[in-house]
Design a protein around this ligand. Structure first.
Ligand code: SAH
Length: 359
């Protein structure tokens, strides 16, 4: 930004100043607009990362400023509409209600290496993958950086679990909400904020090729996960409409470029669907497709979605597929499924809530 130009102040969909979506330097600009010195920005930034729910909790700000903020700015903070805790593994799933009546899902998972939170980046998703519960024909909207950040803050506060890792694998396509997601990454990693750095973050995409090149150019140290799910255009186009726009040759070229530019190994997600993508021919085609590309292949037995004709592959089929890949030098693991008793796979809880269904 050139000196002297006026940047616009971020606002919420309701038109208030969206403080929680702002980095300290943007907050400084906002503070200047309400006649405050720059150091107020850091004070406010720290409070916002702590998940306060009332401006009066900002105890080191003068009362007059707290009143000004309450009138002109938004504090964010979602409402917990539903919460489920897995009895099996402690996975906690939240349905957060947003200011406009929409809702999003967030899941906290406990692993030996630390707790991980799975975030939504959009309310709904219009990518239309056949196996996914998040797809909706109706309105979807991008979440603001604050709405993404709030999921980390409030899931952490409510669960009492300290969050060390983030996966952008909930509802929505992160690269379809590119600018807000990048701003979120800067907010959550900020040294005066939650300090969750890029190496602790995975971003999953169904394959928006131009955005993969954009992301590569930023050279962030995050892990890019690509939802591959099929080794041929014929199969992939059947289950992922995005493949008609960006077929496999383009997608894998972008992945190779991503690795060369960032030096970061890509993680490929491969949901195993009985009789569709789980045969030896597919394993062989997958090896051909990814030959020479340093990567990790994550095999995920499909989570069955109510009403879907697609069924998960059997345990033995998954194991054989994994062994085939490993035998050809690929790093392939089978993802452990958490929260199976609480609708923890993406979109399931939101889908029920939006349909007004009780369970
Ligand atoms: N839109 C992004 C991120 C959200 S989905 C993407 O497509 O990557 C997160 C991951 O869950 C993706 O790999 C997605 O393909 C996978 N997924 C969705 N529904 C699933 C299901 N029923 N079973 C297994 N994996 C699923």
């Amino acid at each position: 930004m050139n000196a002297g130009t006026t940047e616009t102040i971020r606002t919420t969909p309701e038109g208030k100043a969206d403080l929680k979506s702002m980095l300290p330097q943007e907050l400084e600009q906002y503070m200047a607009s309400v006649g405050q010195p720059p150091y107020r920005a850091n004070q406010v930034f720290r409070w916002l990362s702590q998940g306060i729910t009332d401006f009066d909790q900002m105890s080191d700000l003068p009362k007059s400023l707290r009143e000004t903020l309450a009138q002109t700015a938004d504090l964010g903070g979602p409402r917990i509409a539903r919460k489920q805790v897995s009895k099996r593994d402690g996975t906690v799933k939240y349905l957060f209600g947003l200011a406009d009546g929409n809702c999003v899902e967030t899941v906290v998972m406990q692993y030996a290496h630390g707790n991980s939170v799975c975030l939504s980046t959009q309310a709904g998703c219009h990518m239309g993958c056949a196996f996914c519960a998040s797809f909706e024909k109706g309105e979807t909207r991008n979440l603001t950086p604050a709405e993404i950040l709030d999921q980390v803050i409030f899931a952490g506060l409510d669960s009492g679990l300290s969050i060390s890792n983030i996966v952008l694998m909930g509802t929505g396509e992160p690269l379809d909400n590119y600018d807000n997601v990048i701003q979120f990454l800067r907010l959550v990693g900020h040294e005066r904020g939650l300090r969750i750095g890029m190496r602790h973050i995975s971003l999953s995409t169904c394959g928006l090729v131009p955005r993969i090149y954009d992301l590569a150019a930023l050279k962030l140290q995050l892990t890019l996960s690509v939802s591959l799910h099929a080794p041929t255009d014929e199969i992939r186009s059947q289950i992922m409409p995005i493949n008609n726009k960006y077929p496999l040759a383009q997608l894998i070229r972008a992945c190779r470029d991503y690795f060369e530019t960032t030096g970061r190994r890509i993680s490929f997600e491969y949901a195993m669907i009985a009789g569709l993508n789980d045969g030896r021919d597919c394993a062989q085609a997958l090896c051909g497709l990814l030959r020479g590309l340093p990567c990790h292949i994550n095999l995920i037995p499909l989570n069955h979605v109510e009403g879907s004709p697609l069924k998960p592959s059997g345990r033995e089929t998954v194991r054989r597929f994994q062994q085939y890949l490993q035998g050809r030098g690929f790093n392939a693991t089978v993802r452990r499924s958490l929260g199976g008793d609480i609708d923890a796979s993406c979109g399931q809880l939101r889908r029920k809530a939006m349909a007004g269904k009780k369970d």
